[in-house]
Design a protein around this ligand. Structure first.
Ligand code: CTP
Length: 412
């Protein structure tokens, strides 16, 4: 588990040094990121020596004369991708305000926006700054976004005043980190099969029939599931995407190849989320040589492919099977029809013509149609967040459908 510890500029910055040791003792690997303010209180060298890793202090390389280079300019993305939890301790009023408003003017604030990992914030500041309406409003904004705030402790503050403002104790911070990790690992023990991307149906060695799927939605689901502790097998059509950390990826090209791969890995899965945009038709004939141009209309005969979802869901037993429906009209009606005709438990439907939805977008607007009759319309959300909601809905549905009656009463 990799924690990125953001240290910001307050007297309590020295306490973060001990925190690095405690986190390491508990088995976490710690990457420290310091703001400029933090460097005024403690030297980066202290944290580098304790964490055994280079400490990141600037967005564009070392401003004290060092060369800004491309590597450092995109490092926040690399760090974001390898962060399992972002912990800010101590957090100043300034960093809380920047996080709340999405200001990204240094490494830590940029990392916060680029990361999809859970965030834990341990504030430390003067009591009046903490109680100020602006700070409290910013804290509420972060809470509403799912950020875990560790309330500052009461006591004597460095400024000479007493009241809430002291950095919470190490034990409280560690407990919060463990709690967040545990809540985030609710898919441990599950094997989740995800399909993503388009399929390509070759006409000849240079031409093919495909569609506009980018794979973003399926990859977001695979990434979120792996983060939550599942073993994830991602069967992917041709896409331009990086394999999410900890995910086993199997590349396929055609619907037929995808069918074979899904059928082979389906039996070992407890959940299957088939987000791929599989071609419904393929050319009857695949020519060995390039089709030559002739001065006459060309007719290509197509034949249906196997409906992979419908095929594997026939004998799904207690597995939860999820399908996607990209629609341009009558969304609810078509989605419900697919739910029953494909024997799925959940259909994630989107109107691909809606603003912020559909192919090659980072956001999506979907409704989740469940086997138990519930329709959950989600607002426009980043695909990473849509992925989390899909996984939440799968767990809800499984408890409802298959958990013993006692669990059912407490969960509905
Ligand atoms: N799907 C599949 N195999 C296919 C076609 C689709 O497994 N050959 C799956 C997709 O992965 C998706 C779901 O079925 O999860 C819905 O696909 P879609 O193409 O929207 O539905 P169709 O049944 O093809 O209906 P239509 O094209 O008429 O909308």
């Amino acid at each position: 588990m990799r924690i990125t510890l953001g240290v910001t500029g307050g007297v309590a910055a020295y306490k973060a040094a001990e925190l690095v040791r405690r986190l390491q003792q508990e088995g976490f690997s710690v990457q420290v990121v310091m703001t400029r303010g933090a460097c005024e209180f403690v030297t980066p060298l202290t944290f580098a020596a304790l964490s055994g890793q280079k400490v990141i202090t600037e967005l564009f390389g070392d401003s004290s004369g060092g060369e800004a280079n491309l590597e450092s300019a995109i490092e926040h993305i690399a760090v974001a991708q390898r962060t399992d939890l972002l912990l800010i301790a101590p957090a100043t009023a300034d960093i809380i305000a920047k996080f709340a408003r999405g200001i990204a003017d240094d490494f830590l604030t940029t990392l916060y926006l680029a990361s999809t990992a859970p965030v834990v914030v341990a504030p430390a500041m003067n009591v009046n700054m903490w109680n100020h309406a602006a700070t409290q409003e910013n804290v509420e904004m972060l809470r509403a976004r799912g950020v875990k705030i560790i309330e500052p402790a009461e006591g004597y503050l460095a400024c000479g005043m007493t009241g809430p403002g002291r950095l919470a104790g190490q034990e409280d911070i560690l407990a919060a980190v463990h709690e967040v990790f545990k809540a985030q690992r609710d898919l441990e023990g599950e094997t989740i099969l995800v399909s993503a991307g388009p399929t390509c149906e070759d006409l000849d060695p240079v031409r093919y029939i495909s569609n506009r799927s980018s794979g973003k939605m399926g990859y977001a689901v695979a990434e979120a599931a792996a983060r939550r502790g599942a073993k994830v097998v991602l069967i992917s059509g041709p896409v331009n995407m990086e394999t999410p950390a900890g995910v086993e990826r199997i590349d396929v090209r055609s619907a037929e190849e995808m069918h074979r791969a899904v059928a082979e890995r389906f039996p070992a899965a407890s959940i299957a989320i088939l987000a791929a945009a599989v071609a419904d038709y393929r050319p009857v004939e695949r020519r060995g040589e390039k089709i030559r141009k002739a001065n006459a209309p060309l007719t290509i005969s197509l034949e249906p492919t196997t409906d992979i979802l419908a095929e594997v869901a026939k004998n799904k037993g207690r597995k939860i099977v999820v399908g996607f429906a990209a629609e341009t009209d009558h969304v609810a009606e078509n989605a419900r029809k697919k739910l029953s005709s494909k024997n799925a438990d959940l259909i994630v439907a989107n109107d691909v013509t809606a603003e912020g939805a559909g192919f090659d977008q980072y956001t999506n607007v979907v409704t989740l149609f469940s086997r138990d009759g519930r329709d959950l319309a989600l607002p426009k959300l980043p695909k990473s967040e849509v992925a989390q909601r899909i996984l939440d809905e799968i767990l809800r549905l499984r408890t409802l459908l298959y958990a013993p009656a006692a669990a059912r009463h407490s969960n509905v």
